[in-house]
Design a protein around this ligand. Sequence first.
Ligand code: CMP
Length: 140
Amino acid sequence: MAGKITFTMIKPDAVKSQYIGAILDKIVASGFKIVAMKLTQLSAAKAGEFYEVHKERPFYGELVEFMSSGPIVAAVLEKDNAVEDFRTLIGATNPANAAEGTIRKMYAKSMGENAVHGSDSDENALIEAQFHFSGVEMFR
Ligand code: CMP
């Protein structure tokens, strides 16, 4: 039976540092199936739209600037309990607080440049997946 989905982005810091392969390897080794994926770059407008929920936060401008500063890998991942299991795999938002062995502990530089994004709910996973991919680009 198909599992649930989560949405991830490998952020510009990790792409620039050539961590795409290592991060995808860890994701697949942890039981996630990649059902959609692309190397792309967000415009500032698109990054602003994606992170609209953080619009009033003091770090919003910095976040939008950073997320549109270079290429990212966008992907949809499928697994039972995908959202929660992926958040466990990536670790805390601030890499200083991330558990040993998590993706952010291993590859993130800071709270802002934290290597990967992971959806925070099933509802947002679907919204975020559909923000980046059309139905025919998702192989579920
Ligand atoms: P992400 O999981 O992509 O969701 C929102 C992002 O905002 C988060 O990862 C961080 O990269 C960023 N973020 C959250 N809190 C802060 C903060 N206090 N300062 C800078 N960036 C932040």
